[in-house]
Design a protein around this ligand. Structure first.
Ligand SMILES: [Zn+2]
Length: 125
């Protein structure tokens, strides 16, 4: 069975509706979004593996617009694997904003993340 999620609130919905009954998002709007904006919305996907893949693609495409969402995720995300993927994506994007955020990750509340960023992205500097 295929499972459908609202791309705005990520609650489970039917594929036959137009307006999400939870958050009132008009699902027709999703199709007119840019690829970049669709990816950014998908950063809230409830399945961790999907979130990780989305972060990977954003890094690959160097989509700078995702940096704002990353800064929120860095504070809220509890999974080190996701946080490491964000660090990798920031390294790929590599503009000033991404560099500043990577620097901030060096003192992340999770020691494993702080060490990961320090060892992988700063040992050569
Ligand atoms: Zn919704």
């Amino acid at each position: 069975m295929i499972h459908f999620f609202c791309p705005n609130c990520w609650k489970s919905i039917s594929d036959r509706i137009i307006i999400c009954r939870y958050c009132k998002y008009d699902l027709r709007n999703f199709n007119s979004l840019s690829y970049e904006d669709k990816l950014i919305l998908s950063l809230k996907h409830p399945v961790k593996e999907i979130r990780r893949l989305i972060i990977f693609i954003i890094g690959l495409k160097k989509f700078k617009k995702a940096i704002n969402e990353f800064s929120i995720m860095i504070e809220e995300e509890e999974d080190p694997v996701i946080l490491m993927e964000i660090a990798k994506a920031l390294r790929n994007i590599n503009n000033n904003e991404a560099k500043k955020m990577l620097y901030k990750l060096k003192s992340h509340r999770f020691p494993i993340i702080a060490r990961y960023v320090e060892q992988n992205y700063y040992h050569l500097n």
